[in-house]
Design a protein around this ligand. Sequence first.
Ligand code: GAR
Length: 199
Amino acid sequence: MLTARIAVVVSGGGTNLQALIDAQKRGELKSGRIALVIADKAGIGAIARAEAAGISCDVIIRKEPDFEEKVLSALAAHTIDMVVLAGFLGIFSADLLRRFGKPMINIHPALIPSFCGKGFYGLRVHQAALDYGVKVTGATVHYVNEVADGGEIILQKAVDVLPGDTAEILQRRVMEQAEWVLLPQAAELVAAQIVREKE
Ligand code: GAR
């Protein structure tokens, strides 16, 4: 069967990458195959997860010159059909998005349009939710466009904020109850769409 070739871009521990790998193993992510992982830092946990799963992993340092050119070259070299940002903490330029020209999706650990945009990443998102005092937060998977966290929403899931939560506790609950479920589901939806268009 025809499948979409997926690149996953990561900056951290890679638990969302792991959720994608596990979904692929279980046959739930079946319209796409993870063909490449791009890590934007050396030594991050996501690299070991890619290696353990036997997936090609390019380390392209975000802080170094020509980062985006190197990313575009890697995507072309691996004939990538779609990109999943799974804990990528940078923001791709409009130029990169235009030149890639294929679907790119992102997981954000809040219910967009709350607690999103520039500066809202990782634990900061959960700390902002706690500081505001919301009783419900969650995760969102959306298409990436030139506005940070501004693209069309694909899936969202709500998660309760509980008394006594710290940012770390809330982050873990949002990952377990929302992110690790939603991201593989959204990747499958987008991959299936790509396959339908290829056929
Ligand atoms: C995840 O919570 C992800 O939603 C978040 O970073 C974490 C990465 O964890 N992404 C953002 O904040 C993007 N704005 P992981 O490396 O274990 O998947």
